[in-house]
Design a binder for this molecule. Structure first.
Ligand SMILES: Nc1ncnc2c1ncn2[C@@H]1O[C@H](COP(=O)(O)OP(=O)(O)OP(=O)(O)O)[C@@H](O)[C@H]1O
Ligand SMILES: [Mg+2]
Length: 222
C-alpha cells in the first residue's frame, strides 16, 4: 500500500518516561482526506509530527510511499520533507522579513528552481484569493490571509502528503471555511493526501474519514 503507513507507534516523553502514544497504527491510502480528532492532550499533534518526520517515535515504524522514515538519515528526511510533504501549523509561522510571494517560494529557492516556481506560487495565491498579498509582509496580512499564504507555501513543491495541525484553529468561521474549501479542492483536483487535526466536528465531517484519539490511542475510525 503506497500512502501513509504508521505501525505500532509508541512515543514517550520525560523521566520517568510517560507513554503519550500507545501502539497507534493507521493506514492512509493515496488520495485519502482524513480528519484527526480528540481532546486536548490526546496525542494528535505528537502523532502528526511523527508521521510527517518532524519527530521520531520511541518505537514503531512510519512508511511514506512505501519508504520507512526510520531508515533515513536526517539529510534524507530533510529532502523528503522538502519535496513530498507539506505541513501547515495552527499559527502560520511565515518569515516576517519576507513578502508573501517570497515566503511561498522559499522551499523552492533551496532546490534552485526559484524562477520556475514563482509562476506556480502566483497561481496558488490567485486560487486562494491572496494574490493581493504577494508584496505584503506577514505583519500586513490578516490571520486568514497569512494562513492561506502558509498553505500555498506548503503546496509549492506539489507534495503528495499534506499535514495540518489545527489549520483553522486560529481563524474565524469565514476564514476557517475558506481553508477547508482549499483542502477539499486540492484533495479532489490534485489528489493530495491530507491528514489534518481539528476540534471542529463540522470540519471533521468534510473529510472522507475521521480518526478519533483518546488518551494516546485510536479509539474510533469512521
Ligand atoms: N515535548 C514534550 N515533552 C513532554 N510532554 C509532551 C511533549 N509533547 C507533548 N507532550 C505531552 O503529550 C501529550 C499529548 O500532547 P499533544 O500535543 O500530542 O496533544 P494534542 O492532542 O495535540 O492536544 P491539543 O488539542 O491541545 O493540541 C500531552 O499530555 C503533552 O503534555
Ligand atoms: Mg495539538
Amino acid at each position: 500500500m503506497l500512502g501513509i503507513e504508521a505501525k505500532n507507534i509508541f512515543k514517550s516523553f520525560g523521566t520517568p518516561p510517560q507513554d503519550i502514544l500507545k501502539d497507534v497504527s493507521l493506514d492512509i491510502t493515496v488520495g485519502d482526506f482524513v480528519a484527526l480528532t480528540g481532546k486536548s492532550g490526546s496525542g494528535k499533534s505528537t502523532f502528526l509530527y511523527i508521521v510527517s518526520g518532524l519527530d521520531n517515535p520511541t518505537s514503531g515504524d512510519v512508511k511514506l510511499s512505501g519508504t520507512s522514515l526510520l531508515g533515513m538519515n536526517s539529510a534524507e528526511i530533510h529532502c523528503l520533507r522538502n519535496t513530498s510533504i507539506g505541513f501547515v501549523f495552527q499559527f502560520h509561522y511565515l518569515l516576517p522579513e519576507l513578502t508573501g510571494l517570497e515566503n511561498i517560494t522559499m522551499p523552492a529557492r533551496k532546490t534552485g528552481t526559484h524562477k520556475a516556481m514563482e509562476e506556480y506560487a502566483l497561481h496558488l495565491m490567485e486560487s486562494f484569493s491572496v494574490l493581493h498579498c504577494k508584496d505584503k509582509f506577514p505583519s500586513q496580512m490578516s490571520g486568514g490571509e497569512g494562513q492561506r499564504v502558509a498553505i500555498a507555501r506548503a503546496l509549492i513543491q506539489k507534495p503528495k502528503f499534506l499535514f495540518a495541525d489545527e489549520p483553522t484553529g486560529n481563524l474565524d468561521t469565514i476564514n476557517g471555511d475558506k481553508v477547508m474549501e482549499i483542502f477539499k479542492r486540492i484533495n479532489k483536483e490534485d489528489g493530495t493526501t491530507i491528514l489534518f487535526v481539528t476540534h471542529d466536528p463540522d470540519y471533521a465531517a468534510l473529510a472522507s474519514r475521521r480518526v478519533h484519539m483518546i488518551d494516546g490511542k485510536i479509539a474510533e475510525i469512521s
